[in-house]
Design a binder for this molecule. Sequence first.
Ligand code: SF4
Length: 438
Amino acid sequence: MNTAILEAGEAEPPDNGFASRENGQDPEEPPSPALSPSTFRLRSAPRYEPEPLRAFLRRHFPGATSADWRDWHWQLANRITTLEGAGRLLALSDAEKNAIGLAKSSLPLAVTPYYARLLDPADPGQALRRMVLPSCWEAVRAPGEADDPLGEDHDSPVPGLVHRYPNWVLFLVTDFCSTYCRYCTRSRGMGGQGHIETLRKRWELGLEYIRRTPQIQDVLLSGGDPLTMPEEALDWLLTRLRAIPHVEIVRIGSKVPAVLPMRVTPSLTKMLKKHHPLWISLHFAHPDELTEDTRKACARLADAGIPLGSQTVLLSGVNDDAAVMGRLFQGLLSFRVRPYYLYQCDPISGSAHFRTPTSHGVEILRALRGRLTGYAMPTFVIDAPGGGGKIPLAPDYTRGYAGADLMLRNYAGDLYRYPDPSGATEARLDMHNAKGAA
Ligand code: SF4
């Protein structure tokens, strides 16, 4: 008898296929892979240990001091943007050398010295390195790929603003990031220099559109990375948005705490604090990004009262593994960041080498359910190509009805029944209809 799904003294349910295993396991699906709780400790797996900072500076940036290192302007001025620069830090494979040459004509190469220090000089397959160094595969356009796969340009009433959902807009306020992710959905508009005077014309148009569109309650500032903008410029924008009565919430999307954590200065958080309610959506892709510097940057933002969420893109060979994802999500929680979206990688041109079957995302969440607290479990979504918006995909834990009871499979593969009020109503109706027919 299936003790997992029967109350004491209850009659055994009709043979519906759910009670066919003595141990209460769902006969249709194997249990999730064994993952012990220690799997998710941040330092539970071997990882590349960056060179001590002093030695790294002496070797690669002679003359620079640790005070320079902590200055985000110095970090921006010393980004790795050329084949020669990358070659001085890393033993480049032939494929990487060729790809960096190609990258000049599309999404540029740019990596902050901070993030470059986390890259393994000897391993082109290292997850962090794959995310920021160009690959030859970027030149290959696979079926279904496009430069603007989400059709954002069609939903853009003014340049730099996407209005797809009724009550919120995406405001692309800059074309600059300190470090470029090779899988960036908006790579088509990236790689500018973030020139304020050029961008200000775009901001005025966007602000004017938001002012005259009263259904907009929520504005997401993105780009590019808004936290790379000068403080005065971001303050200028936030002040104007806050002055629009129907804008209730402002959100900022940023990868700065992962790639340029020294940018999160007390002065920045003091300015941001003036503009509550303000939310920040961070972007993390791998647990090796969760360094002590990043923890401090997140703590500063959280201490300023800003709720922090994280978005992660599922990437082949980078994080398409339940143990890696578990370490990332658990680590983010300990950094006071709530993982809230896991994205299927968008089919941008040249992204086939990063994209996994969608079933991988579902299986990763299935493997993590019951092993991580619910706060660490994001929603897996596909941003539908052509402008359909985000569509969630989730493991299915239902196994139909046994009479009026909903049959459920838990994270361990055991079956349970729930006396579903709506199911009971349907069963009563069926009985009523059957009587009526007789
Ligand atoms: S930080 Fe965001 S906007 Fe910038 S390159 Fe990465 S994914 Fe694109």
